[in-house]
Design a protein. Structure first.
Length: 189
């Protein structure tokens, strides 16, 4: 991006602070901002017919926005909840669109962001339907830089202290009991 674009973005961003448990984006409600997090631990969730699911986790450096609201003016499909103190900035869609007209390189940035999100969705599908519970657990540990071999004797570091085990189990598509068994199981790569 050009220096002028970056400087304009910096002027337009508004700081945001979300405490543990705060809802950043509500499911089934429009969300007309793009959030840029520099320090965060977040949960993307979905509720259908009273059944809650954890779709993904997000953290430091992640960008979040409602694709349905941005492109179709429809409500958000997912909710976004802060699992720990989350700090960053936000920009309204209207401000972003005005800047995109002025700085066409933002269109390329958005395309790249959507590519990363599509790749993440494909990985979620692959992990949910094409792998075993143990493989999903190992992938989770790898994603969050956790040594699976040390889990029996050590907690899951910051992740375990912040993310309730029920959310990790939902994300992995297993019961909390199965997650407990996997955490106790000694395995090697």
């Amino acid at each position: 991006m050009s220096r002028a674009c970056i400087e304009e973005i910096a002027r337009k961003l508004e700081p945001v602070r979300f405490e543990r448990g705060d809802i950043v984006v509500y499911q089934d409600e429009p969300c007309d901002v793009i959030c840029f997090f520099h320090t965060a631990m977040l949960r993307i969730g979905f509720v259908k017919e009273g059944r809650e699911d954890t779709v993904a986790f997000g953290g430091d450096g992640d960008v979040f926005f409602s694709v349905p609201t941005f492109f179709c003016n429809e409500p958000s499909t997912f909710s976004l909840m802060a699992l720990d103190l989350s700090l960053g900035w936000q920009m309204s869609f209207a401000t972003y669109r005005a800047m995109e007209r002025r700085f066409p390189e933002l269109t390329i940035w958005m395309r790249n962001l959507l590519g990363v999100q599509l790749y993440a969705v494909q990985n979620i599908y692959r992990n949910a339907y094409m792998t075993t519970a143990m493989q999903r657990f190992k992938n989770f540990c790898s994603r969050y830089d956790i040594n699976p071999g040390a889990i029996k004797s050590q907690p899951l570091s910051r992740i375990n202290r912040i993310i309730p085990l029920k959310y990790i189990a939902q994300y992995l598509g297993i019961t909390q009991q199965t997650l407990s068994k996997l955490r106790r199981h000694r395995f090697t790569d």
